[in-house]
Ligand binder design. Structure first.
Ligand code: FPP
Length: 245
């Protein structure tokens, strides 16, 4: 039996998939699906905070998403800016701290400024950390760590033989955060798509069929219940101390 404190995941990460299909189903332009993806974020955030989840990471824009049609990319960037402005008071009231992970170098000045403002404005939040993965690529994140460690080794500041998992964890964009316990991807797709590949090594994966704009409190609670029923072993054989990995 798992102990009670393991029943609520400390960190939930979500791949919010299916916005385009939802929009098409409702006779809308694909990009409008993303606008309808905001309300589920509000609901999940409120529910997560209420139930004691401490970190909520949302995959809002992958590095690959730059390849989408220009009007969709523009709509998403406008949405980020609009939400950063409009949601700030509510996020602060709820004790939410926002942290953005991703490349950032391709953002317009406006997007970079709004996201920094959101991070700064919410920095005193202690109840829940909302991590927005924007222009995020897990492989790029890992490559950047390798570059940084190589630079340190070349400068004589780090012995290559001493490099261990902790060095990597400490140099990732997620430094200081616990690994996700539960990764949810909506819309029935069962892939990680370059999301938190290092961090999700031991995460439970959950793939509801529902499209993201239709994801609500009921679906989120169902995901947490499924998580609570799973027996996490972290590579250990149950009831023994033998490591099988
Ligand atoms: C995937 O759906 C979803 C995205 C690429 C974007 C998700 C972004 C939001 C919901 C807005 C987030 C806003 C903030 C402020 C965090 P898709 O278009 O790939 O759907 P499809 O698989 O049906 O085509």
């Amino acid at each position: 039996m798992m102990s009670e404190e393991h029943r609520i995941p400390r960190h939930v990460a979500i791949i919010m998939d299916g916005n385009g299909r939802w929009a098409e189903l409702h006779g809308m332009e694909r990009y409008e699906g993303h606008t309808h993806g905001i309300e589920p974020i509000r609901i999940v955030l409120r529910t997560a905070a209420r139930l004691g989840v401490q970190y909520l990471t949302l995959y809002a824009f992958s590095t690959e998403n730059w390849g989408r049609p220009a009007n969709e990319v523009r709509a998403l960037m406008e949405l980020f800016c609009r939400c950063a402005i409009n949601e700030m008071p509510e996020l602060k009231a709820q004790g939410v701290r926002v942290r953005v992970i991703g490349d950032r170098s391709h953002f317009s000045d406006e997007v970079r400024h709004r996201l920094e403002e959101l991070e700064d404005g919410t920095r005193n939040g202690t109840r829940l950390t909302l991590v927005l993965a924007i222009d995020y690529s897990s492989r790029l994140e890992i490559v950047e760590v390798a570059r940084e460690l190589a630079r340190m080794a070349a400068a004589g500041a780090l012995d290559p033989e001493a490099i261990d998992e902790q060095h990597f964890a400490d140099a990732l964009w997620t430094a200081g955060m616990p690994d996700p316990d539960l990764v949810i991807r909506t819309s029935g797709e069962q892939r990680l798509s370059n999301f938190l590949l290092w961090q999700a090594s031991y995460a439970e994966l959950y793939f509801p069929e529902v499209l993201w704009p239709d994801f609500g409190e009921k679906e989120f609670v169902r995901a947490l219940e499924a998580y609570a029923q799973r027996d996490r072993r972290f590579g250990l054989v149950k009831n023994t101390t033998h490591n099988v990995d």
